[in-house]
Design a protein around this ligand. Structure first.
Ligand code: FMN
Length: 393
């Protein structure tokens, strides 16, 4: 039942990928998922080259399987003193409340660049994935020359087509249910790319030839089976791994994910200047009407992160960044390998149940189908809208 296209490409046993999650995907989590037969991932987008090399070494100490490293390809932010001043004024009362001072200068982690490219080529992970578009054509060529599989993230069909043109080996179709940043890179990230996984995945599958991986709101075998039914050849799962003991999320954040209900999350710009889905808290509620006109991504993070860190030290989630998707309530808090094994078992059980139901339904379905065929025999045939021939999965 498992499609072989992705497992062959990535040299893994099951087409289930852990999401790269900056701040939550530790080497221990990546190794556990890879050792269980999936594709583990490191959230290395904000790492320095040294931190990246250390994280890769740490995974390799525990696993010799394929894993994914991940980077952001946003535009370099332009400092804007007016916007920065406005944000500082908005945040002043919160800093006062927590009794801490604002940092003097704000800096941001750089997008994927030449130094990191050289480090990735030297480290030679099996897979590198990008969020917010792709690096230069030259960088993609170097990664591919080195035999590294390249994955990009799309939130619309147009983005999927652009990624395919850009030379990716596979595409993550990220539905709006997903936790963390929207990967949107064409049009306005605040207005475009808000399509649900159920609608997005089959449309991306129809539009591109490279393998498609569904992401967003998948947290159990029902979700994985649904992703495969939609034409994806794999599923990428993030939020469900946040409460695992191996994840790097703070204990309070893990508890918030475990306590989340279906409507706990919302998409916000407030933390970084780009839309991301997170569990709602006081900060998000109070910033909701003030999110326009923030400094460029990811500059606001330098001012919002200290608030979250200070609050969490006091045991409060009022200001913390709790990225999570709409399926947070389905998370189980199991060790990663156990969760992974459950995902496999559940997907196979759902698939077997659907196959049995299909076999039972077939004899009854045949008669009306024949009757319909006779009735319509005299009608002129309407030509079906042309579609590409279905691809091998
Ligand atoms: C805590 C968290 C952090 C994330 N960080 C990243 C990241 O650093 N890079 C990235 O490409 N995607 C990131 N994502 C988005 C995931 O790649 C993926 O789209 C998402 O986890 C899928 O939806 P789900 O969380 O509902 O499973 C993050 C998601 C979460 C929940």
């Amino acid at each position: 039942m498992w499609p072989a296209r992705l497992t062959k490409l990535l040299r893994i046993d099951y087409p289930i990928l852990a999401s790269p999650m900056a701040g939550a995907s530790t080497p221990a989590l990546a190794a556990a998922v890879s050792n269980a037969g999936g594709l583990g991932a490191l959230g290395t987008a904000r790492h320095s080259v040294d931190e990246f090399n250390q994280a890769v070494d740490d995974v390799r100490r525990h696993s010799n399987r394929s894993f994914n490293v991940n980077f952001f390809c946003h535009r370099e932010p332009k400092p804007d003193p007016t916007r920065e001043r406005r944000l500082r004024e908005l945040l002043d009362p919160y800093y006062d409340e927590l009794g801490i001072s604002q940092p003097d200068a704000i800096t941001a982690a750089a997008p994927f660049g030449p130094a990191m490219l050289a480090a990735v080529v030297a480290a030679h992970p099996a897979v590198v994935s990008f969020h917010f578009g792709l690096p230069s054509a030259g960088a993609i060529a170097k990664l591919k020359e080195a035999g590294i599989i390249v994955i990009g993230s799309a939130t619309t069909v147009a983005e999927a087509e652009a990624l395919e043109k850009g030379g990716v080996d596979a595409i993550v179709a990220q539905g709006v249910e997903a936790g963390g940043h929207r990967g949107t890179f064409l049009g306005s990230p605040t207005e475009n790319g808000r399509i649900g996984t159920m609608a997005l995945v089959p449309q991306v599958v129809d539009a591109v030839r490279v393998p498609v991986i569904a992401a967003g709101g998948i947290a159990d075998g029902r979700g994985v089976a649904a992703a495969l039914a939609l034409g994806a050849v794999g599923a990428q799962i993030g939020t469900a791994f946040i409460p695992t003991p191996e994840s790097g999320a703070h204990a309070i954040v893990k508890a918030s994910v475990m306590a989340a209900r279906d409507d706990a999350t919302r998409v916000t710009n407030a933390f970084t200047g780009r839309p991301a889905r997170a569990i709602g808290n006081r900060f998000l509620a109070e910033m909701a009407a003030l999110e326009a006109g923030l400094p460029d991504f990811p500059l606001p993070l330098a001012l919002t992160q200290p608030l979250g860190a200070a609050a969490i030290q006091r045991g409060s989630t009022d200001f913390s960044t709790m990225y999570a998707g709409q399926a947070a309530a389905l998370a189980r808090g199991l060790p990663a390998a156990e969760l992974f094994a459950r995902l496999i078992e559940e997907t196979e059980a759902v698939w077997a149940g659907l196959s049995r139901a299909g076999r039972r339904a077939r004899p009854q379905a045949r008669k009306p189908a024949r009757r319909r065929a006779r009735k319509s025999a005299k009608k002129p045939r309407v030509k079906a809208r042309s579609r590409r021939t279905p691809r091998r999965r």
